[in-house]
Design a protein around this ligand. Sequence first.
Ligand code: 5GP
Length: 204
Amino acid sequence: MAGLLFVVAAASGTGKTSLVKALLERTADLKLSISHTTRPIRPGEIDGVHYHFTPKERFVEMIGDGYFVEHAEVFGNYYGTSHTGITTQLEQGQDVLLEIDWQGAAQVRKIFPNSMQIFIVPPSIEALRERLSNRGQDSAEVIQTRLNGAVEEIRQHVNFDYLVVNDVFEDALIDLQSIIRAARLTEIQQSAKQQNLLMGLLNR
Ligand code: 5GP
């Protein structure tokens, strides 16, 4: 039975990365697809663990070779999910999670209409402004530009299946866990996983 595909997207500054990290730590048998990106490596990041860091020329070649399921330009850098990253895993019955932007989520929806798409929103504009300002030493002008960009991104919520509000971290995490848990409990999933039990219950 093919694995389930979950897509998590959010406006920048929403706390998506921390939530996804905690979700993966707490959820068995859920694998994060490692994206390719052309953006420079940040301190503490490891090539092949956080991203496959790829030179721009190579990334463009890979687009031409049809290497990516989806790719998008985010903040001036390219990001993409490879076929090998997800298709092979899903075929092997592995549940996969993609942490990508809304443009990528829309492309994934077309190829995998059964993917479960989750959008995370902040509890208020003030909270978003505060998170964006706490990130670094950006000027008030840069923060305002990012905030405007984030509001545009939030408009995309209508294209998702689930909406999670990241107000209290632990609550948002439980919401994410619940979505995954419920998806794994559908009859179609369970009848495959619980084949022996069902046979035993029915053959008497
Ligand atoms: P960052 O550079 O801060 O790690 O990520 C910037 C944005 O790019 C985030 O919204 C992140 O989810 C998104 N992103 C990361 N990987 C991918 C990918 O493979 N495809 C797309 N479309 N977006 C991605």
